[in-house]
Design a protein around this ligand. Structure first.
Ligand code: AGP
Length: 602
């Protein structure tokens, strides 16, 4: 999830661009850059790391008078965070910035390289500027250049928000939007702004147009031309922090709502029609590997536990999942035929990092599933797969968990196919279900109002059980953790079948049981466990596609044909319920007491 800015006007352009990028810092980045054009000359600057590094690099550069510029903050998805991979990317006489993922960049890149184009970076984005210059080779006027830009964009598959400038059109910014947000703003001074969200435009633009998917056009100091021609400009007001939260009350709420969008990024170029591909893994990645050990903490541990069912069921590989803080002191037995996977949103969790170090010291093959490129864990692991969830600001992890679980589901199928433990029909069926996950995550949000209403009933009592079976047991653990960490109410996750081995002694009307009752796995078994609790007067909240007559409350989910679709929908319900209870209790949902977003100490 990158950030983009653009400017046309007479203010000091570097300042306008960097100030805009600073307002996009909440989107997370590992590098940044700008390109400024005046009188047909383009100057570009890029820096890895914080925005201050870019400011330092441009300290002695200033513009005066009219000009145009584009800027970018990068959250790496293709290619390490390096200066070469930072945007803007350059051609012979043009520069481009891009947010999104170009799915067919490999084909375009090899076609262009075959024609002698030399690429400087590993990114997908760079193909855009070289493709444009190929299309614009004979273009001399604005109309021909715009036609070349349109032909360029037409050849891109995937998601993109693009700004491009070229010396052939010194006063023009070309723009296109599909799948990644782009806003255009203007004011009575004749200035024109572009940004990935409205935060950088507040206090700058008087009115903005939120571009629809498929819009393409160009802007000059005199006009904004868009096709289709229906940019609807509306007044812009509001404060920057709420703009950074996209109008949501908390970053956690925003991150729950963007799960369906980031999930598409997680899957792009990986979930194919009849296979799963990871450019990070060779087809013989599992050579000499017979078993898997996974180490993680907290929510990432719950994703790991979920994946153990998937790896064993699909890839027929024995899996052992451990909490990293326990693993590191148990003098573990580590066999060379073990693939050691670590899962971490931040890539900086001390216990997980130490577990990884121990595995490497023992000579095991290591794989990190992480959301932050260039983090300590990514740098230490032999190979890493990025979850591409974008920056996660809420301490209570949501979209990171969703994308971790998706990557692990994809990985289990990737392994299963290469181990021959599933047939082609199964692979095709599984990938068809995977493609439905973004829609399921979006539809799951329909119960938000119900969760808000229900939350008033769950503010007291002496605790919660979250119960489920199979993959819904780790999901029960996750639901309990979400509730605990932001509402400060006591909650435990339990395998539903474990109730009669002691925990049911706690059952009474003051004990709330949140029962995950999917129809696709062990519904009848789970139902009888819930009946046992209901018979002892526990207050039951059932989350199920089927009405459960003994439930005191219920949240009806959609019927699905695959357990993982039920999993993702019930995950959203748990997230929303925990958040609404915490909000009613007046807690700071984004920064709950005693917690940090990344536990970098033991
Ligand atoms: C999850 O909501 C918590 N914030 C916490 O359990 C977190 O998952 C854990 O600290 C692990 O963090 P990591 O994924 O960054 O390694």
């Amino acid at each position: 999830m990158c950030g983009i800015v653009g400017y046309i006007g007479s203010k000091e352009i570097k300042h306008e661009l960097i100030e805009g990028l600073r307002e996009l810092e909440y989107r997370g980045y590992d590098s940044a850059g700008i390109a400024v054009m005046q009188h047909g000359n383009i100057q570009a600057f890029k820096a890895v790391g914080k925005l201050n590094n870019l400011e330092e690099k441009t300290r002695n550069f200033e513009t005066s008078g009219p000009g145009i510029g584009i800027g970018h903050t990068r959250w790496a998805t293709h290619g390490k965070p390096t200066e070469l991979n930072a945007h803007p990317h350059m051609g012979q006489y043009s520069y481009v910035v891009h947010n999104g993922i170009i799915e067919n960049y490999r084909e375009i890149k090899s076609m262009l390289e075959g024609e002698g184009v030399h690429f400087l970076s590993q990114t997908d984005t760079e193909v855009i500027v070289h493709l444009f210059e190929k299309e614009a080779a004979d273009a001399e006027d604005a109309e021909a250049l715009f036609k070349a830009f349109k032909h360029t964009i037409e050849q891109l598959d995937g998601a993109y928000a693009v700004l491009l400038i070229t010396q052939k059109a010194p006063e023009t910014i070309f723009f296109a939007r599909k799948g990644s947000p782009m806003i255009i703003g203007r004011n009575s001074e004749g200035e024109i702004y572009f940004a990935s969200s409205d935060a950088p435009l507040i206090g700058k633009a008087e009115e903005v147009a939120y571009m629809e998917d498929g819009v393409i056009g160009y802007a000059t100091p005199d006009a904004i031309h868009a096709e289709p021609d229906h940019l609807e400009f509306v007044p812009l007001s509001g404060d920057k922090l709420s703009a950074q939260k996209g109008g949501f009350r908390f970053f956690m709420e925003k991150e729950i709502y963007e799960q369906y969008q980031v999930m598409s990024d997680t899957m792009i170029g990986r979930v194919l029609d009849e296979d799963v591909a990871f450019e990070e893994l060779s087809n013989d990645f599992l050579e000499g590997i017979e078993r898997i050990k996974i180490c993680a903490c907290g929510t990432s541990y719950h994703a790991a536990l979920t994946s153990s069912y998937l790896f064993e069921r699909q890839a027929r590989m024995p899996v052992n999942v451990e909490i990293a803080s326990e693993f590191r002191y148990k003098e573990p037995l580590l066999n060379p035929d073990t693939l050691f996977i670590v899962i971490s949103q931040s890539g900086e969790t001390a216990d997980t990092l130490e577990a990884l170090r121990m595995a490497k010291e023992a000579g095991l093959k290591t794989l990190a599933i992480c959301n932050v490129d260039n983090s300590s864990i990514v740098r230490m692991a032999d190979t890493s797969i990025l979850t591409r969830a974008g920056i996660e600001k809420g301490v209570a992890s949501t979209k990171a968990f969703a994308t971790q679980t998706m990557v692990l589901w994809m990985l289990s199928l990737f392994f299963a196919k290469r181990r021959g433990s599933v047939d082609a029909k199964t692979v095709a069926t599984e990938t068809s279900f995977m493609h439905q996950v973004p829609r399921v995550l979006k539809e799951a949000l329909d119960v938000h109002e119900k969760c808000k209403r229900l939350s008033k009933r769950y503010l007291h009592g002496h605790g919660f059980f979250f119960i489920g079976r199979d993959i819904f047991y780790p999901l029960a653990l996750e639901g309990a953790l979400k509730l605990k960490e932001i509402s400060y109410l006591h909650a435990e996750g339990y395998p539903a079948g474990e109730m009669k081995h002691g925990p049911i002694a706690l059952a009474d009307a003051e004990l709330f049981t949140v029962a995950l009752m999917p129809k696709t796995i062990l519904y009848d078994k789970t139902k009888s466990n819930v009946e046992e609790l209901s018979a002892r007067d526990s207050t039951i909240l059932s989350i199920s596609p089927e009405m459960f007559e003994l439930a005191d409350d219920f949240i009806l989910t959609h019927p699905h044909a695959h357990p993982m679709l039920e999993f993702f929908e019930m995950m959203v319900v748990e997230q929303l319920l925990a958040m609404e209870i915490a909000i009613r209790l007046g807690n700071d949902v984004d920064m709950p007491r005693n917690l940090a977003k990344s536990v970098t100490v033991e």
